[in-house]
Design a protein around this ligand. Structure first.
Ligand SMILES: [Zn+2]
Length: 277
């Protein structure tokens, strides 16, 4: 999605913003009018991402920031295309000379996501500075991650989902990473060796890189690129969502366990549960 935004809006100047659902900008505390005023006339410099947050640094020094929540979509579509059912924000650009020229739309069915304009955006808005880099970030510090993870007295999967430790790994990619590393998510982090954590990190990187290439993972039609296209990585999953199906490494049926109001999927043979301490 970040790549699509960069292609679609970097270098363009905002002409007009319309907010049709105030909930979509509720995190912009000064209100919808102020949100629009801070964007009008500003040029988008690039598109950046950390974890699930995306931001567009502007030539004003601010950044248009978005969180997609459970169902948010940022689409770059022709201005003439019909409004989506849950279209909340439209951003038109001054270089658009015809209705075929593309505009930026924020569409959100469940309205957990939202947009706001925040100060700073290069390299990261202060609002998002607490979110750790993701493993594909060129500045991700492997040694620091290995040390920090081993210092946590927690379970491995919880650590992988902890945004202050590492970002970009959600429930699906955590399960896929653990399956590849042949580790159960309940393993205590402080008992993993440094080489084991390094191998785990390598697997996380592979999973994320393959998922980005495939355009992400789309279990329902809400997870789409800026062109509205669903990702294909769900066809490459080895563990997540495969309860009862044979492990593609050993053939044992994949098991599902409940985990923090969600589910974890793993192979009972390749990823044995740790014995209670
Ligand atoms: Zn297996």
């Amino acid at each position: 999605m970040r790549r699509g935004l960069e292609r679609g809006v970097a270098g363009r100047t905002v002409a007009e913003v319309s907010v049709s659902h105030p909930r979509a900008v509720r995190r912009h505390l000064l209100g919808a009018q102020d949100f629009s005023d801070r964007l009008a006339g500003r040029t988008v410099l690039e598109a950046r991402r950390r974890g699930k947050y995306l931001w567009l640094p502007l030539d004003s020094g601010d950044a248009l920031t978005g969180h997609l929540g459970m169902s948010g979509q940022l689409l770059v579509v022709p201005g003439s295309s019909p409004p989506q059912k849950h279209l909340h924000v439209r951003i038109r650009f001054s270089d658009a000379t015809s209705e075929q020229d593309r505009e930026l739309r924020f569409v959100d069915q469940r309205t957990f996501g939202g947009l706001l304009v925040v100060p700073g955006g290069d390299p990261v808005p202060p609002l998002l500075a607490h979110i750790a880099r993701d493993p594909l970030d060129p500045e991700f510090d492997d040694d620091r991650f290995v040390d920090a993870l081993r210092r946590r007295r927690t379970e491995l999967k919880r650590a992988l989902l902890d945004q202050t430790l590492v970002s970009g790994i959600g429930n699906i990619y955590a399960d896929e990473t653990l399956w590849r590393a042949q580790l159960h998510g309940a393993r205590p982090t402080d008992r993993l060796t440094r080489p084991a954590v390094r191998r785990l990190l390598g697997h996380a990187r592979d999973v994320l890189a393959e998922a980005v290439l495939a355009g992400g993972t789309s279990f329902d039609a809400l997870y789409v690129s800026t062109e509205g296209v669903s990702g294909l990585f769900e066809h490459s999953l080895n563990a997540y969502g495969r309860e009862g199906q044979p492990c593609s490494r050993c053939g044992a049926p994949v098991r599902r366990e409940s985990f923090m109001n969600r589910s974890s999927f793993s192979c009972p043979r390749c990823q044995p549960r740790p014995r209670a301490a």
